[in-house]
Design a protein around this ligand. Structure first.
Ligand SMILES: Cc1ncc(C[n+]2csc(CCOP(=O)(O)OP(=O)(O)O)c2C)c(N)n1
Ligand code: SF4
Ligand SMILES: [Mg+2]
Length: 363
């Protein structure tokens, strides 16, 4: 006799009090945070760098998912920096996979749980099955296996924690490294003054367009409630879900340690990382419209990896941001339009930019 497979439905957190800006006129509470669960399946005491964006993301994802979760982690910082023999920060079952196999391993876990429950060999509800792969894994070396898992629609949440480089092996360029981002494989110099010449791969759109039956969303560590709700929506979705999360890498990007969450908001406010959700039922995208639109310099100037940029490189970046604003259905303010012209810029190291105020963590 086949047993019923019971699935969790995780309630969403209230986002009404959310605000995204210090000068928000809408009267919303800047320090608003809903009550998050006490449980912390990603425990303190791990060994990532101070301010590590992926570690923040891991913690929030696991808080949202809860204790009935099983995890896979392909090779990358969040495996190597977190785990030594017989010691990990995870209080839930976790397995390391080869960097190329996050998708196939997770497919196997999902199919295995489903079969065991049906046959009465596993007594519980279907667990929250999650793989968190770096950008090198999810957008490059392991892209095929994740795409295969999405295509076959295994009931699991596939997350790319995107620190825009192969961090663990020494900050090499990956397909999601932005234009002009300096890495050890894209140094700037006389021949190539911008450092990286290529624009980043649009991983999340590729996943949504290529696997239209899946729930797909983007988010950043700048928006904890959004990140946790999208984690829960991805887990509640019966079938495959993909979450692309922007997670700054303090070591690779060279910024003040305390600015990880701030960068997670600024990248959105600068139009460089659209936050959206794709609904597989309606096949529509819904975009988050940040209440503040900043020049890209407000974002770039905070990071050493962009410290070599010349006026024409900044203008190229502003052009890309302005195209994103249009894609999101937002107007492009005149001063951002002017920024498309190199004449409006200096070297990035000479540009003035707004220093972040302490905005609290609830925006
Ligand atoms: C097939 C294979 N090639 C290369 C490596 C070496 N390697 C280990 S970690 C890593 C970086 C992975 O980058 P990413 O997935 O972005 O994770 P991050 O280190 O940035 O967290 C690489 C290239 C490997 N383990 N396996
Ligand atoms: S190198 Fe970057 S991703 Fe790796 S642990 Fe440090 S901050 Fe985190
Ligand atoms: Mg990476």
């Amino acid at each position: 006799m086949a047993h019923e497979v019971v699935r969790h439905q995780l309630p969403l957190f209230d986002e009404e009090g959310r605000s995204a800006a210090v000068d928000d006129d809408a009267g919303r509470d800047r320090h608003y945070l809903p009550d998050f669960p006490d449980e912390d399946p990603y425990a303190a005491g791990h060994r990532t760098c101070a301010g590590c964006g992926p570690a923040i993301q891991y913690r929030w994802v696991l808080k949202a998912a809860g204790n009935d979760s099983v995890l896979a982690g392909p090779t990358g910082c969040m495996y190597v920096a977190n785990s030594t023999y017989l010691c990990t920060p995870y209080t839930v079952p976790w397995a390391h996979t080869p960097i190329a196999s996050g998708g196939s391993f997770t497919s196997g876990m999902a199919a295995g749980y489903e079969a065991m429950i049906r046959k009465g060999r596993y007594p519980g509800a279907y667990p929250n099955i999650i793989v968190m792969a770096g950008d090198g894994s999810a957008s490059d070396i392991g892209l095929g296996s994740i795409s295969g898992a999405l295509y076959r629609n295994h009931d699991a949440l596939f997350i790319c924690y995107d620190n825009e480089c192969y961090a663990n092996t020494g900050i090499q360029t990956s397909p999601t490294t932005p234009y002009a981002g300096m890495t050890t494989f894209t140094p700037f110099g006389k021949a190539i003054p911008e450092g990286k010449k290529l624009p980043p791969k649009n991983l999340a759109k590729m996943m949504a367009e290529g696997h239209p039956h899946c729930y797909v969303a983007t988010t950043t560590v700048g928006y904890p409630t959004d990140l946790m709700n999208k984690t829960r929506k991805g887990l509640n979705h019966v079938g495959a879900a993909f979450l692309h999360c922007y997670t700054p890498c303090q070591k690779g990007w060279v910024y003040q340690t305390s600015m990880t969450v701030e960068l997670g908001r600024r990248v959105v406010e600068a139009g460089l990382f659209p936050v959206w959700e794709y609904d597989p039922e309606s096949r529509q995208y819904s975009y988050f419209h940040p209440p503040v639109q900043r020049p890209v310099t407000d974002y770039l100037a905070m990071q050493g990896r962009f410290g070599h940029m010349l006026p024409e490189h900044i203008a190229t970046m502003q052009q890309a941001a302005n195209l994103n604003w249009q894609l999101m259905g937002m107007d492009v303010p005149a001063r951002l339009r002017e920024g498309e012209d190199p004449e409006h810029h200096k070297r990035i190291s000479e540009e003035s930019y707004s220093m972040p105020l302490n905005r609290g963590v609830g925006a």
